[in-house]
Structure formats: structure tokens, C-alpha cells
Design a binder for this molecule. Structure first.
Ligand SMILES: Cc1ncc(COP(=O)(O)O)c(C=O)c1O
Length: 389
């Protein structure tokens, strides 16, 4: 079979591959601590599951509008207007099966061949993958540990050209857990106004932030028109398998993105949208408790990792990942991640799974129990001391 040339440009998300390798090891009887996958270990809160079951009983089993159920879009717009200060109404919202399709659809709708897309490196691998796939030109913006993995405004300005069409932001950030400083967000906004590019602001971890208030760039004057806010239910409500996300964008763009939905998925499952509406309008105390638990786990991870020889660890302000610097171990990231899985039974990701500038780092997800996190760090430490002998 021959495949279209474009398939050679499509990347992947290594987390799923490492998970498969870890599961294969488990099938041979080995025990593995899973710190590779970015999904909450909590169950979806009961009231949300009940809302889905009730919606099925009520007959939400048919096709719905491509852009999403009007009432659900309305609820999203009201909450994001009130809580994030984003000027929007239901017409600005498109609901999708997971948040990932928003990346795909927005780039398909906006970018011509050769248009430049600025994206964070290290960063979520799908940004670069999709940009390449559709023949746009991905241009990395390096996030550096000595700048707390914040975006460097000087570098951003230097990399803007007449072909720059889109900047991708992600705060809180996967894989570093960094949160953009408010002055950085203001600086980016000024550059976007001056150079007229669009911003895809991936805010999927916005509710998992440990200090300060989340600042959406779309809330700044004049920015809502040029920003697409990507958000969803996977992380905040522990709903990864449900596939529910959305984008908030300029109305004309929303029409195009809805048309891409018509051409691909038709619509997002309607009973799942009802569950999403219940999630947003129901009690939020379980979510707050989950965030507090993540905070305690972050503290444990940062302290535990920093105590290992050759490892130092930036203390992240959001999401549920740590991104320790492992250069002091003398091993390249890819090799260390492989050995940790095979010899120490700890599954994690090489920093290079998030771009070339992830070399020297590992990504560990702390969406796992305290007990397993302690075990993972202990086994990591034992592995390093055996190697040092
Ligand atoms: C930064 C970032 N954006 C988007 C997504 C995709 O989320 P969803 O499960 O809603 O498609 C993820 C999932 O890992 C993520 O880490």
C-alpha cells in the first residue's frame, strides 16, 4: 500500500507509545509505576456521570448541531465571560470531541502553505505535528529553565516575520508546568496588535494553577478578535475518555470550524455535552479538592526529585507535570527514560518527546497516588545509585 506524502509529516504523542511499552512489560509480570500519561487518576465526579446517564434516558442519543448544543454553548460563553473576562457569546463557541480537534481545525481554517506558526519548544507535540502536516512552517520558541520556562519576548519579537500568522501559547504549560507571567502576557498582546497575528491559547490546564489567577490573553483589550481559546473537560473534570472540549473564537472563524466539524465528526455526542453542562454548573468542590491534592503531590515530587544525585527540579505553578533537569546524571534524556522503564520500572517521558529543546529533561506526571509517586522516586533514586557504583 502506498500512502499520501503528507503522512510522512505527521508526528505523534509519545505518551501513548510509552504507555503501550509499559503495558507490554506489565503483561510479562513486571510492575511499572506510571508517570508517563497526562490524565487525572481521579474518577469523573459522580454527579457528572449521573447527568450523562440521565441525558441518555431523556433521549440525547441523536445527532446535534455541528457547533454544539445551543444551551451548552451559551453556558460556556457565560462562564468564560464572567470568570475569565473574555468578551464572547454562544456564537463564539464551538464544541468538539476533546480539545485536540480545535488545534487541527483552527490551523486548517487559518493557515496557507508556508505560513509561519510560532510554538513553544518544549511544548505539546501536536502543535508542531499539525502545523507540519498542513504544510505550514513551525517555528520554535525556546522555553528556558533559567527564565522559569516563561516565553522570551525578545526571542518572540526576533522570530516574527511577514509570514507569521499564528502564535501558540499554553499556560499552565505541558510539559514544564510553567505559568506565563502577567507582564509576558501583556507583552505578547502588544506584539500581536502590532504585527497582526492570531493566537491559539491552549488553556486546558487553567483551572489547575497553584498560585495567582489565570490570565487569559483573550481578556486583554483588542485580543479576543485575534485569539482562539482552547479548553476542555479532560483535565479539570477528569473526563479524558469522554472526549469533550471546545474553542472560543471570532464568530466567522467559528462558522468555518463548525463546517470542519460537519465534514469530520458531524457533531459531538449530545449526551456527553449534557454531562459537560452539568460539570460546569454543578458543585465545584471536588475539583478544588483535586487541585489541592495535585499541589501536595507537586511539592512531594519537587522535593523528592531535587534530592536525587544529578537532578534538579523547577517548581511548577500549574498542570500536573514536573520537568526535572537530568543533565547532571550524564545521560541523554531518551536513554535515561528508556532505562528507567526497563530497569527501574518507572514509566516517564523523555523531554525530547516535547521538542529538541526538551533534551536534558524528563517529564513525569504526578497524576498518580502519593504512594506510587514515592515508589517511583525511590526506584529512580536506586537506579541512579546502582549506576554510580
Ligand atoms: C497542552 C494540552 N492541550 C490539549 C490537550 C488535549 O486534551 P483533550 O483530551 O481534551 O483532547 C492536552 C492533553 O494531553 C494537553 O496536554
Amino acid at each position: 500500500m502506498t500512502f499520501a506524502q503528507r503522512m510522512s509529516r505527521l508526528g505523534t504523542e509519545t505518551a501513548f507509545e510509552v504507555l503501550a511499552r509499559a503495558r507490554a512489560l506489565e503483561a510479562t509480570g513486571r510492575e511499572v509505576v506510571h508517570l508517563e500519561i497526562g490524565e487525572p487518576d481521579f474518577d469523573t465526579p459522580r454527579f457528572i456521570r449521573q447527568a450523562a446517564a440521565a441525558a441518555l434516558e431523556e433521549g440525547f442519543t441523536h445527532y446535534g448541531p455541528s457547533a454544539g448544543l445551543p444551551e451548552f454553548r451559551q453556558v460556556i460563553a457565560e462562564i468564560w465571560r464572567r470568570e475569565r473576562g473574555i468578551p464572547c457569546d454562544a456564537d463564539h463557541v464551538v464544541v468538539t470531541p476533546g480539545a485536540k480537534p480545535i488545534m487541527f481545525f483552527v490551523m486548517l481554517a487559518l493557515l496557507e502553505e508556508g505560513d509561519e506558526v510560532l510554538y513553544p519548544d518544549p511544548g505539546f507535540p501536536i502543535y508542531e505535528s499539525v502545523a507540519r502536516f498542513i504544510n505550514a512552517r513551525p517555528v520554535p520558541l525556546v522555553l528556558r529553565e533559567d527564565n522559569d520556562f516563561d516565553l522570551d519576548l525578545g526571542e518572540l519579537e526576533r522570530k516574527i516575520t511577514h509570514r507569521t500568522r499564528l502564535l501558540i501559547l499554553n499556560s499552565p504549560h505541558n510539559p514544564t508546568g510553567a505559568v506565563l507571567r502577567p507582564e509576558t502576557v501583556e507583552g505578547i498582546a502588544a506584539l500581536a496588535r502590532k504585527h497582526s497575528f492570531h493566537i491559539l491559547s491552549d488553556e486546558i490546564y487553567a483551572r489547575i494553577q497553584y498560585q495567582g489567577r489565570h490570565l487569559s490573553i483573550a481578556s486583554l483589550p483588542g485580543l479576543a478578535e485575534r485569539t482562539i481559546v482552547l479548553d476542555g473537560f479532560s483535565k479539570t473534570y477528569a473526563m479524558t475518555g469522554w472526549r469533550l472540549g471546545f474553542g472560543i473564537m471570532e464568530k466567522q472563524l467559528a462558522v468555518h470550524v463548525a463546517r470542519l466539524m460537519t465534514n469530520s465528526n458531524s457533531c459531538t455526542a449530545t449526551f456527553i455535552q449534557r454531562a459537560g453542562q452539568a460539570a460546569l454548573t454543578g458543585p465545584q468542590d471536588e475539583i478544588r479538592a483535586m487541585v489541592e491534592e495535585f499541589r501536595a503531590r507537586r511539592d512531594l515530587m519537587v522535593k523528592g526529585l531535587a534530592a536525587l544525585p544529578g537532578v534538579r527540579c523547577f517548581a511548577p505553578h500549574g498542570a500536573f507535570y514536573v520537568f526535572p533537569n537530568i543533565t547532571g546524571t550524564g545521560m541523554p534524556s531518551g536513554e535515561l527514560a528508556t532505562l528507567l522503564l526497563e530497569q527501574a520500572g518507572v514509566a516517564c517521558l523523555s523531554g525530547t518527546a516535547f521538542g529538541a529543546h526538551g533534551e536534558g529533561y524528563l517529564r513525569l506526571s504526578y497524576a498518580n497516588s502519593m504512594e506510587n509517586l514515592k515508589l517511583g522516586i525511590r526506584q529512580f533514586g536506586e537506579f541512579l545509585s546502582v549506576r554510580a557504583r
